[in-house]
Design a protein. Sequence first.
Lengths: 288, 302
Amino acid sequence: MKKLHAPKAHKVNRSVGGNIAMFLFLAIVGVFMAFPLVYIINNAFKPLDEFFKMPPHIFVQHPTLDNFQTLGTLMSDSWVPFSRYVFNTVFITVVGVVGHVIIASAAAYPLAKHKFPGSKLLFNMVVLSLMFSYNVTAVPNYMIISKLGINNTYAAVILPAFAFGLGLFIMKQFMEQIPDAILESARLDGASEYRIFWEIVMPNVKPAWLTLGLLQFQFMWNTTGSGFLRNEELKPLNYALNQIVQGGVARAGASGAVGLIMISVPIILFLLVEKDVIATMSTSGMKD
Amino acid sequence: MKKKRITLEAREKRTGLLFVLPWVIGFLVFFAYNMAQTIVFSFNKLTMGKNGYNLSFVGLDNFNYAFLKSADFVRTLTESTGNILIDVPLIIFFSLFIAVILNRQFKGRALVRAIFFLPVIMASAAITSALTANLQNMLGGLSSTAAGTDSQQVSGLNIQSIAVMISDYGIPKQLIDFLVGAVGNLYEIIRNSGVQIIIFLAALQAIPGSLYEVAQMEGATGYEIFWKITFPLVSPLIVTNLVYTIVDLYSQSTIIDMEMTTAFTQQNFGLSAAMALVSSAVICLILGVCTSLISKKVFYQT
């Protein structure tokens, strides 16, 4: 009995040395990953003179909230009320993310699970479209937006975001992994395709669409709408904050505060969503 | 009986079409059109007129210029693709490795995962310009012009600037120079692995725990468990990550920068479109070869 147990325990658990090595590796890599964040957080609380100290310091020595006050003053001077920029960004981001995730998932489901004529061609087109960088096709992109008459509206930023190829690609790859047996049994029980999609497929690929949502959030949150949104009332927060930062040396403090604000929202969102991913996966027990 | 089956199939086809339709319309309008226009541009000379642009057909002149006359195009293209070919396997292995570690139970796991997702979050124009603005203020002089207003550069922070700051905490300069060299490349790889790690994590979490339980009961080693269970089950996502990585690296590469300057600084849209077509074709070729090589090894559960 003892013979049976001892080697098993030894083999499955990693050695203490291995754990330490792994911890060290994670720590070193993690420091480099976390460095910009630490730097941004510290900058946000540095008084103005510490920005110009030579040699420079990473950590703040006399933390202060002055930077946020300066930023507040600058914001209240802006052309349109600052809350308008916030609303624009929130609107563009929410609609862009929700719309993209739903449309891309809906299109990915038949591509992954119902082979219809032309599905392969369509999928190859998607991968091909990934090759055409957004920057390089800027001219035709502008033409189409202006021909559709949606130039200088929210739609100019949101509608193209709905049709990004990357989302469809990621969702299709994940949906292919759902066992056909689950879908088949639902179909035999008389579930419609809509019901299968919403109640079986989507819950099963929750980590995938949360990931996609995060990526798309990141993209939409950082959009400046440059080129398309010309009315000041339509411009997003990122644009407004960028303008403040571009103000030069005197704005060093305010730009520190801007960095912290822009970064805190995605990070908080990531922490919230991440917990959700873990919780659902441990209870769902999918796959046969 | 037979008749009913056909109608069911037809109905399924129709629902399938309904699911795909919204996306296809968006795709055709916003992407297929752009791609087609890019091809048209590449065979034309584009001049600005009173009512928008005018096209005049020049045949293969743009391609000729790119390959035979342009001083940089071929060199930049080979450099960019070379870098992509080197970085892709490193990024895939690194991200899979990190994802496997992060998938284990340990204290503070949520925090560590967030840290590894940071590079993706950091790739934002406002944050980058806030960082570079600060750096300019601190370092001043020459380096500030070098840092410039290059907001296209996605890098969160220049490695050199980290070194300058660390050197202040009394670490010998030789050691820092060595570390900068070694870490410089690693940093690039880490910075580009955020999304891949998340995709692998999502795949790892979909692996049923019962498989691991069985393997443990049968006395498999950690090594065996990884290669016989984990690796085959995440292998479909390796293809996904491969495609994502190649596309991601390509869209940040110097060749894209060059195409953009050609189009918007030199106002030579035709040449830029030709360059874009050539480089996209090269990347597509690489992508096709890589995925077909790997797809053969991929294990599909169903």
